[in-house]
Design a protein around this ligand. Structure first.
Ligand SMILES: Cc1cc2nc3c(=O)[nH]c(=O)nc-3n(C[C@H](O)[C@H](O)[C@H](O)COP(=O)(O)OP(=O)(O)OC[C@H]3O[C@@H](n4cnc5c(N)ncnc54)[C@H](O)[C@@H]3O)c2cc1C
Ligand code: FES
Ligand code: FES
Length: 474
């Protein structure tokens, strides 16, 4: 389908956009048309002032209101979708979420308030109002106590109103789009084959999934992108398969769906997703995008390295799989060739031969708990035999080299060793010597080296090692 206009619905009104940049952020557009209740705080997904709710598919396929940061979303990505802004929530009287904020004094200067309202609004209809629902919203002056009290007031509500009715009538399927302006082209395909064809015709096209990384280029750096190909509606990239043998996660599955659907399958993935950005970002961000950025501080690569995931890649000439350890080639460089797309990530559930149990966990150290990037991230897998000896070890890190990496020499040294504090103490020395991280604003090289070693000891303690083998003092 080729069209000269994009359509979207804002607060119940259908809007047709002609010759407007598909890479303009939704926030810029809203403010341009006078919907200035939606605020810009940071413009990079960190503060939540620009939060709006969008009608989208939940992890079980149900329609729901999803909070997202409008400062990161290219207009093209929300084509055909229904957006609710803070202007659209009151209906002659305050919405229950607004009334709760007023009652509890949850607003002072008011700048952050529309964002909090929209995050709470989305959670209110999902019946998931809690601290996590506002973890991506910052308030500089009211203090969080009043806002949390407001949240508690509505936490038990069972909403039934015009917004629940609108959800029941919502169309969730995203259509293919071909939107062409005088100097830009935006495509959204529903089939992988269409994407691969497009890449043949537009070798320099920019792929976009959730836009939580790319959105910064649009919002902060005002980058001009001539041809953008959206992956979020591609059927093959939205599959999530969980069998007794393996899990396969489509590259365009939002992280919040992975959180819901795979909870309890891989503890290290659960843990890392919990600390990954904040709700608004996880609602849009994808695993394909996390690998695609090839950031040395991406949080999922250490987990995937420790679990020895395989990356499935497609191009017009066929498909191939590459082990995640071979996927990162250098600083911000991957093994992806022109015309290739990440299709999925596959993780085996098998224990190593001879092992009777697996210990596995991940850790993220940042300046603050939520919505922050890592100083160091680590993920560990240790398989033990019946004599408590290590038969398989994977120690993976982010933030300590130009790419996410495994401590391969240390892993080999651990094979056959007993899982004891003596082994851990020796390993800590090897780990410290094994990396030469950089010093930057977030942390010094020495601090990072210390984290590399100490996180492994923390893992040992948390897995119950210290109760069997009391820790040496000093
Ligand atoms: C406020 C904020 C907090 C964040 N916190 C974290 C964090 O805690 N941990 C973390 O790791 N990251 C974090 N990020 C970065 C970002 O959210 C992640 O990297 C996310 O996984 C990117 O996914 P996406 O779908 O939004 O990618 P996009 O922005 O859509 O794309 C990113 C890159 O990947 C490419 N790409 C996307 N999909 C594919 C595919 N299928 N095949 C090939 N290439 C592809 C794109 O072309 C682009 O180059 C944060 C970002 C923000 C704004
Ligand atoms: S303006 Fe701060 S998250 Fe969008
Ligand atoms: S009320 Fe002022 S920043 Fe929150």
């Amino acid at each position: 389908m080729s069209d000269s206009c994009l359509t979207l619905t804002i607060n119940g009104e259908s809007v047709r956009l002609n010759d407007i940049s598909p890479t303009m952020t939704l926030l810029d557009y809203l403010r341009r048309i006078g919907q200035i209740g939606t605020k810009e705080g940071c413009g990079d997904g960190d503060c939540g002032a620009c939060t709006v709710a969008i009608v989208a598919k939940g992890s079980k396929g149900q329609p729901h209101y999803q909070a997202m940061n409008s400062c990161l979303i290219p207009l093209g990505s929300v084509a055909g979708q229904e957006i609710i802004t803070v202007e659209g929530v009151a209906n002659g009287q305050l919405h229950p979420v607004q009334a709760a904020m007023v009652k509890m004094g949850g607003s002072q200067c008011g700048y952050c308030t529309p964002g909090f309202i929209m995050s709470l609004f989305a959670a209110y209809y999902d019946r998931t109002v809690d601290d996590v629902s506002v973890e991506g919203n910052l308030c500089r002056c009211t203090g969080y106590l009043a806002i949390r009290r407001a949240a508690q007031l509505i936490a038990q509500a069972k909403p039934q109103d015009q917004f629940t009715e609108r959800l029941a009538q919502a169309t969730l399927e995203l259509n293919s789009i071909c939107y062409i302006t005088s100097n830009q082209q935006f495509y959204r395909s529903t089939r992988l084959s269409e994407v691969l064809d497009l890449l043949q015709h537009h070798p320099n096209a920019t792929l976009v999934a959730g836009a939580t990384d790319l959105g910064l280029e649009l919002s902060h750096h005002r980058k001009h992108i001539s041809v953008m190909v959206s992956l979020e509606a591609v059927e093959e990239l939205n599959l999530l398969t969980d069998t007794s043998e393996f899990v396969e996660i489509g590259a365009a599955v939002p992280l919040s769906h992975i959180e819901d659907k795979l909870r309890g399958v891989f503890p290290s993935l659960d843990e890392m997703l919990h600390w990954f950005a904040a709700r608004q970002v996880r609602n849009r961000a994808t695993i394909g995008g996390n690998l695609g950025t090839a950031s040395p501080i991406g949080d999922l690569p250490p987990v995937l390295l420790s679990l020895e995931a395989q990356v499935r890649i497609a191009s017009a000439t066929g498909e191939r799989s590459v082990m995640i350890a071979d996927f990162f080639k250098g600083y911000r460089q991957t093994d992806l060739q022109p015309g290739e797309v990440i299709v999925s990530v596959k993780i085996s559930k098998h224990l190593t031969q001879g092992a009777i149990r697996r210990l596995s966990q991940s850790y993220k150290v940042g300046k603050r708990g939520t919505d922050d990037i890592s100083i160091v991230a680590a993920a560990f897998v240790i398989d033990l035999d019946e004599h408590n000896r290590i038969v398989h070890a994977r120690l993976a890190y982010g933030g300590v080299a130009a790419t996410p990496v495994r401590a391969i020499a240390v892993e080999q040294g651990l094979l056959g060793q007993p899982w004891t504090i003596a082994t851990i103490q020796q390993t800590k020395r090897d780990l410290k010597d094994g990396f030469t991280p950089l010093t930057d604003l977030r942390g010094s090289a020495d601090y990072r080296k210390m984290l590399v070693a100490n996180l492994f000891e923390k893992f040992f303690v948390e897995m119950g090692g210290a109760t069997i083998h009391p820790l040496e003092v000093g």
